[in-house]
Design a protein around this ligand. Sequence first.
Ligand code: SAM
Length: 214
Amino acid sequence: MAYKRSDTVAPDEYNKIWFNCWSENRTKWDAGDISPALRELIEEKQWELPKGRGIVPGCGRGYDAMYLASPSLHMVGADISPIAVDTANKLRDVTSIPSSLVEFKVIDFFNFEIAEKFQVAYDYTFFCALHPSMRASWGTRYGEIMAPGSHLIVLMFPLWKAEQDRDIGPPFLVSKDDYHKVLDDNFALIHIDPKCKTHSSRAGQEIITVWRRK
Ligand SMILES: C[S@@+](CC[C@H](N)C(=O)[O-])C[C@H]1O[C@@H](n2cnc3c(N)ncnc32)[C@H](O)[C@@H]1O
């Protein structure tokens, strides 16, 4: 189901998109691997992440959460869909990554209890998955769940869409300004790489950034 930017949406109604996609096995957003830009940031640019707890909201099958997990960074892959979470848990089990390093949980990003704030978050194909009317809440929510000094890695996508698709989604077209508008109150942009590596089908549509919680 496609929405227009101008539509008024109730989040509960909008969320049905995701339950339906997962139950009907329509996950064509899934690139089947870790984001090249994230791998490049960590392995080639040697980006040093804070230690502690990390989260990937809207994690889908969980490749990026599994990639970021280490003994010094316990990751939570959060998805609203129980099918996504079940699939990610099974994938983790076959890749033999211990559940002590990464766990996948059914979590609504906008509504879960924050036992402890996070030191790291990774956002990819999640901001664009939300209706634009939910973006301000997305920024506020990251402000709530992230610890001071924490790093929020945002892989901006899609920065380009064909003319006829620009007002419909998900995914909804994004711009750098869209992120600044909702993050600047609580976060400072500390890294931006407009030439980051991308999945081949997404060339020219992605920019990786890191934001530090003030
Ligand atoms: C476009 S998919 C991207 C999945 C994954 N990041 C990837 O790149 O493969 C968006 C994901 O966000 C999940 N999602 C949507 N709304 C959510 C919410 N409020 N809280 C947590 N997950 C949500 C959906 O179930 C879906 O798996």
